[in-house]
Design a protein around this ligand. Structure first.
Ligand code: GTP
Ligand code: MG
Length: 398
């Protein structure tokens, strides 16, 4: 159904038997924070809001033992919530509407498209056209190096193919952009581990938590059970926001007030392993690459995930605000250095993004491209889409 998720085969129904473990959406339930480490044998827990596919009678996830911790005390799992209202029945899955989101992507990239496509209307193919094209590409945030590369290649093709019509040149430019962007087009493989541990990072306000909410929705449609971890332990609002997305999706959220985000991440993966949850997604607080202590904290989360489960995190995703422009490149480098990125999510492409930075990202990192798994084109559950090089090029030029 969703072409952006690489599946080996139709997923086997998740036969995991999740426990009534002491893991709850505390913010949503208004539970007071736990002050002491969670007991290994939990109290019989009240049913927390769970996905319909989640059974309710299995051994509880054991709390991690303290000696597995690196420089931090074992975290306290939030105690069980008081009986929460059952999750609303899931809406019947509707087929993904691709036209609607494409219209929003095009709307978001209108300015760049007007600048680029407008050049070719009734134009002569001469040096003036190339100069205007250079300006339009620079204004679109494609950057000097990528703009130069595109122009050189375009001129060469125009000559080789003896193009005489401006519309043909536009098509040649589109082909070039598609070829460049193809380096970023790769579906995420969601079946390669159980649980698949997905760590999310990014600067403040990039759209991390919102993207997690949307991603959980998509993955559920693919038959995956989900567990979310609120790795932003210091801001109550951040926990509440994730808890809200948890409620909307009918999935549980591991949460803890204060303390070590790595501890929450560890807990979530331990619980996910015990329950055979399909995907564990770890939210983290926004941070700038220049904030060394916060980048260290991120490294620690990454490291501790590897202790919770071999190979974890299986996906280390950076969420980028599509409006970031050329600074996107610096963000990718800094976060990649810290937490070895495996993929990107580019959000807010329905806004005023210019789009050229993605072409620059594809070109400048062509030796080791980091795929853009998803793009965000709105704030709703369905506003996350697979990145497609040709669709993106079309939004830029058609
Ligand atoms: N239009 C639009 N808005 C988005 C998109 N993704 C996120 N937003 C909005 O961007 C704002 C920030 O989103 P969050 O998900 O809170 O961002 P965050 O990265 O988790 O923020 P911090 O945790 O504070 O660092 C919210 O108002 C979201 O609704 C998108 O694809 N399109
Ligand atoms: Mg957030």
């Amino acid at each position: 159904m969703f072409g952006f998720l690489r599946r080996k085969k139709t997923p086997a129904p998740d036969t995991s038997a999740p426990a009534a473990a002491p893991i709850v959406a505390d913010a949503a339930a208004g539970t007071p924070p736990a002050a002491v480490p969670a007991p290994t044998a939990p109290e019989p827990a009240a049913p927390a809001p769970v996905a319909p596919s989640v059974a309710a009678s299995a051994p509880a996830a054991p709390a991690p033992s303290a000696d597995r911790w690196v420089g931090s005390p074992a975290p306290a799992l939030t105690p069980a919530a008081p009986p929460a209202p059952p999750a609303p029945p899931a809406e019947p899955p509707a087929p993904p509407v691709r036209t609607g989101w494409m219209a929003r992507l095009k709307q978001g990239l209108t300015k760049t498209r007007d600048n680029l496509a407008g050049l070719f209307v009734g134009a002569r193919i001469d040096e003036a056209l190339y100069e205007e094209l250079e300006t339009a590409l620079l204004v679109s945030d494609a950057g000097v190096e990528t703009t130069r590369h595109l122009l050189e290649q375009l001129k060469r093709r125009v000559k080789e193919q003896r193009l005489t019509d401006a519309a043909q040149v536009r098509e040649a430019l589109r082909a070039l952009i598609v070829e460049t962007l193809m380096a970023l087009e790769r579906p995420i493989d969601i079946d390669r581990a159980t649980p698949l541990v997905v760590m999310i990072s990014g600067v403040n306000g990039a759209g991390k938590t919102t993207s997690i909410g949307k991603l959980a929705h998509h993955l559920q449609r693919e038959g995956k059970t989900i567990l979310l971890a609120a790795g932003d332990t210091f801001r109550a609002a951040a926990r509440e926001q994730l808890a809200e997305w948890g409620l909307r999706n009918g999935v549980q959220v591991v949460s803890q007030q204060g303390g070590d985000p790595a501890a929450v991440a560890f807990d979530a993966v331990s619980a996910g392993k015990a329950r055979q949850t399909g995907v564990v997604i770890i939210d983290t607080a926004g941070r700038l690459p220049t904030q060394n202590h916060l980048m260290d904290e991120l490294r620690k989360i990454h490291r501790v995930l590897g202790k919770a489960m071999d190979e974890a995190p299986h996906e280390s995703l950076l969420v980028l605000d599509g409006n970031t422009g050329q600074n996107m490149l610096a963000q990718v480098k800094a976060f990649d250095d810290a937490v070895r990125l495996t993929g990107l999510v580019v959000t807010k492409l329905d806004g005023t993004a210019k789009g050229g930075a993605l072409v620059a990202l594809a070109h400048t990192r062509r030796e080791r491209p980091i795929p853009v798994y998803f793009i965000g084109v709105g704030e709703g559950l369905d506003d996350l889409q697979a990145f497609s090089a040709s669709e993106f090029a079309s939004a830029l030029l058609d």
